[in-house]
Ligand binder design. Structure first.
Ligand SMILES: Nc1ncnc2c1ncn2[C@@H]1O[C@H](COP(=O)(O)OP(=O)(O)OP(=O)(O)O)[C@@H](O)[C@H]1O
Ligand SMILES: Nc1nc2c(ncn2[C@@H]2O[C@H](COP(=O)(O)O)[C@@H](O)[C@H]2O)c(=O)[nH]1
Length: 207
C-alpha cells in the first residue's frame, strides 16, 4: 500500500504588475508540478485574453450568483471589478493529492488564510515602487487613471506582507521562480504536513 498525502495549496499574491502572471507562466513552462486555478472576474477581457483560459469572464449578475451559491473559495472587489476563485476545482485537486496555485490579490489571500490556514502563502515583492509602476506602464494594459489606482492599492498591499509565510522578490523572473520552487519543495517535506500521512493507522499498519 502507499501513503496518502493531500495536495498543497499555494497562494501567490503581491501588488498588480509585480509579475505574478509572468512568474506563473514561467513556472508552467518549466514544468513545475502546480495546477493553476482559473479565476472568475467581472473585468472585461484584455486583448488576447480567452474565456476559460485566462479567466472565466462573468457579468456582475453571474458573479453575484456564484457568491450566493457559495461557488467561490474567496472573492474581492479590486479597482472596480470583482475577482474570485472557484472552490470546486481547488477542493478536487487538493483531495486528489495535486498541488494548486492561486494567483490572487491580498484581500482574497487573507480570506483563504482563514479557511485554509495550512496553505502556503507567498508574497511576491517588487524591487521598489518605481520599478513596479514602470512594469504596469510597460505592460500597456491600463489607463493612466487605473495605473494610479493600482499603485495606491499596491502601497497598502505591501503593508500586509507580514501575513505571508514567505516574501520572494521578483527582481529577475528566473530567480524568483527558483525561490518559489525551493519553498514549495521544502514545504512538502515539513514534518507537520507529513506526520498525518505516515502516522495514520492505515499507513503505519498496512503491509
Ligand atoms: N522580473 C521582472 N523584471 C522586469 N519586468 C518584469 C518582471 N516580471 C514581470 N515583468 C513585466 O512586468 C509586467 C507586469 O507583469 P505581470 O502582468 O506578470 O504582473 P501581475 O502581477 O500578474 O499583474 P496583475 O496583478 O495586474 O495581473 C509585464 O509586462 C511583465 O513582462
Ligand atoms: N482575490 C482575488 N484576486 C484575484 C483573482 N484573480 C486575479 N486576482 C487579482 O486581481 C488583480 C487584478 O488582476 P488583473 O488581471 O485585472 O490585472 C491582480 O492582483 C490579480 O492577482 C481571484 O480569483 N481572487
Amino acid at each position: 500500500m502507499s501513503f496518502k498525502e493531500k495536495g498543497l495549496l499555494v497562494v501567490l499574491s503581491g501588488p498588480s504588475g509585480v509579475g505574478k502572471g509572468t512568474v506563473c507562466r514561467t513556472l508552467r513552462e518549466r514544468g513545475t508540478q502546480l495546477n493553476y486555478s482559473i479565476s472568475a472576474t467581472t473585468r472585461k477581457p484584455r486583448e488576447g485574453e480567452i474565456d476559460g483560459v485566462h479567466y472565466f469572464f462573468k457579468t456582475r449578475e453571474q458573479f453575484q450568483k456564484m457568491i450566493e451559491q457559495e461557488k467561490l473559495l474567496e472573492w474581492a472587489e479590486y479597482v472596480g471589478n470583482c475577482y474570485g476563485t472557484p472552490v470546486d476545482y481547488v477542493h478536487k485537486m487538493i483531495e486528489s493529492g495535486q498541488d494548486v496555485i492561486l494567483e490572487i490579490e491580498v484581500q482574497g489571500a487573507l480570506q483563504v488564510k482563514k479557511k485554509f490556514p495550512e496553505a502556503l502563502f507567498i508574497f511576491l515583492a517588487p524591487p521598489n515602487l518605481d520599478e513596479l509602476k514602470s512594469r504596469i506602464i510597460g505592460r500597456g494594459t491600463e489607463t493612466a487613471e487605473l495605473i494610479e489606482s493600482r499603485m495606491n492599492v499596491a502601497k497598502s498591499e505591501m503593508e500586509l506582507m507580514q501575513n505571508y509565510n514567505y516574501v520572494v522578490e521578483n527582481d529577475q523572473v528566473q530567480k524568483a521562480c527558483d525561490r518559489i520552487e525551493a519553498i514549495v519543495l521544502a514545504e512538502h517535506c515539513r514534518v507537520d504536513r507529513l506526520i498525518e500521512k505516515y502516522m495514520n493507522k492505515e499507513g503505519v499498519d498496512g503491509k
